[in-house]
Ligand binder design. Structure first.
Ligand code: IMP
Ligand code: MG
Length: 188
């Protein structure tokens, strides 16, 4: 899809080539750290699917994958932060070395909830790998072990990230100027 066909598009932040190169670098770090361990990648549907599959293909040690889905709601004051599991993992993570794979860490509410939930299930270790990190909007502090890119405070789409469920299929990441917090839907 041509960039010109996306309403409100600002500029391409990361091209397919840049994304591919960075994923190779992060995958190499992960392969080194988890060599000989029972690594499981856990993806958060739907946003992280594109990143997780690209990352998995570049990780050159044996590993398994599993997915969960969450819903996020605004609370009465209008701020996000209420998260629940809409689809749980298929399998137990007890004793496993878990790498939670996210599309983007923004306020941190989603990640905090996921880390608390998964930590209670007895993994051997629990770390976080995110495709994008928008640290400038963080409200709750959360640990991020691996990140591909830090991004400015602009709404972005592509490589799994959506606006109203569209544009996940773009191979690149582009910012969209016509999305404000009031037109955003807090759902993966
Ligand atoms: P949180 O604010 O860190 O809890 O992030 C909530 C979720 O909002 C992320 O997992 C994404 O699914 C979504 N999100 C945050 N920023 C963007 C964006 O710029 N584009 C598309 N989705 C986003
Ligand atoms: Mg997400």
């Amino acid at each position: 899809m041509s960039v010109g066909l996306i309403p409100g598009v600002e500029r391409v932040l990361f091209t397919e080539e840049q994304i591919d190169q960075r994923i190779r670098e992060v995958a190499a770090q992960i392969s080194q750290r988890y060599a000989g361990k029972p690594l499981k990648l856990i993806g958060v549907l739907k946003g992280s699917v594109f990143f997780l599959t690209a990352l998995s293909r570049q990780i050159d040690i044996p590993h398994t994958i599993d997915f969960l889905a969450i819903s996020s709601f605004s609370n009465k004051s209008g701020s996000p932060g209420v998260v629940r599991i809409a689809k749980d993992l298929d399998d137990s993570i007890e004793g496993e070395d878990v790498l939670l794979v996210e599309d983007i860490v923004d306020t941190g509410f989603t990640l905090r909830y996921l880390l608390q939930t998964l930590a209670g299930r007895g993994p051997n270790s629990l770390s976080v790998c995110t495709f994008l990190d928008r640290n400038s909007r963080r409200i709750v502090q959360v640990p991020v072990d691996y990140r591909c890119f830090e991004i400015p405070d602009r709404f972005v789409v592509g490589f799994g990230l959506d606006h109203n469920q569209l544009y996940r299929n773009l191979g690149y990441v582009t910012s969209k100027a016509d999305v404000t917090s009031s037109t955003r839907i807090f759902r993966d």
